[in-house]
Design a protein around this ligand. Structure first.
Ligand code: GH3
Ligand code: MG
Ligand code: MG
Ligand code: MG
Length: 302
């Protein structure tokens, strides 16, 4: 942990620095509440030992400010020169997590650090679980690519960015041809397996880091192409269509190809950068996809 000491008495700062360093934690010391607050603006700290009686801004006032400013919980252990119950109660109400009285004893300082470390560890674990859950909720369980919710997050962000830079953004709507027949012929499990293979092929053939693929639902995928006009989108769509054909997944019930194929509708906001929404683009790409199906499938309409 990074531990901060705030105490106006030099001998206490010196003593605490030594005692805390012995535990292997990193330690920094300041002389009063103002210094503590300004140090915390520029440094990440995990715990603070703070004198209650300090001139100017005392420990209790400083703790109140910390609790107002910090969204994260930060362990605050007060140090007091007096055994004053009323003051102790006030210090804990202000947001303190523990109190040590002077003269400080190393054994209690160490025990206090271990106690706070336990809670800090739990807090970190919860953080990690929270971000894992967050990322799981944006991922399609079957194929491992993003799901629709992930797509909306990223596409809104990228749309704003493209607008700022006055660059076009394009969308591909992809649908597997005659997939109902594929399921009917090879079974639903084989159908699932086919979707996983297609998703991976699509993902592997998107070379730029900003390009983003999601499973939009069923056997439909949507690809987001930031900083890309319609010509660029058409080019990428051709590569993706070819990549899926190259998988050579047999599809004997398809009337357009011996192998599983896809149809793609492409749309760009290149002529409406400041007005088109993501839904406008999806609607346009969906209409293009419908035309691609009508014209015989296994092709791109832009
Ligand atoms: P088209 O060429 O016009 O797109 O024909 P299609 O048969 O692919 O179109 P349709 O929308 O009628 O059928 C889509 C099929 O995709 C129906 C459904 O059973 C299948 N499907 C959707 N989601 C899944 C899935 O998660 N797993 C499997 N195995 N099949 C799925
Ligand atoms: Mg003092
Ligand atoms: Mg479909
Ligand atoms: Mg289909």
């Amino acid at each position: 942990m990074n531990i901060l000491i705030a105490d106006d008495t030099p001998s206490i700062r010196f003593f605490l620095q030594k005692v805390i360093s012995d535990t292997g934690h990193t330690v920094h010391a300041v002389c009063d509440g103002h210094e503590a607050l300004s140090y915390m603006k520029n440094h990440e700290i995990d715990m603070i030992f703070m004198d209650i009686q300090m001139p100017d801004l005392n420990g209790i006032e400083t703790a109140k400010i910390i609790r107002e400013q910090q969204s994260e919980w930060l362990p605050i252990i007060f140090i007091s020169a007096t055994e004053n119950d009323k003051e102790f109660a006030e210090a804990l109400s202000a947001g303190g997590d523990g109190i040590l009285t002077k003269p400080l004893k190393p054994i209690l300082v160490h025990a206090q650090i271990r106690a706070m470390q336990r809670i800090v560890d739990i807090q970190r674990k919860l953080h990690m679980m929270n971000s894992q859950l967050q990322s799981l909720s944006k991922t399609d369980v079957l194929t491992g690519v993003a799901n629709r919710s992930g797509f909306y997050d990223v596409s809104e962000r990228e749309l704003k960015r493209c607008r700022r830079e006055q660059k076009a953004l394009s969308i591909l709507m992809i649908d597997v041809d005659f997939f109902k027949q594929y399921n009917d012929n090879y079974g639903h499990l084989e159908g699932d397996h086919c979707l996983v293979t297609i998703a991976q092929a699509l993902k592997n053939n998107l070379k730029r880091p900003l390009d983003y693929i999601c499973r939009f639902g069923g056997e439909e995928f949507v690809v987001l192409l930031p900083m890309t006009d319609l010509d660029g989108a058409r080019l990428i769509a051709q590569q993706l269509r070819q990549a899926v054909l190259n998988l050579e997944i047999p599809h004997k019930a398809s009337s357009v190809s011996p192998f599983v194929s896809i149809s793609i509708g492409a749309a760009s906001n290149q002529d409406h950068i400041n007005t088109f929404t993501i839904n406008d683009l999806l609607t346009k790409a969906d209409a293009a996809l419908y035309t691609a199906k009508e014209r015989g499938r296994n092709q791109i309409v832009a």
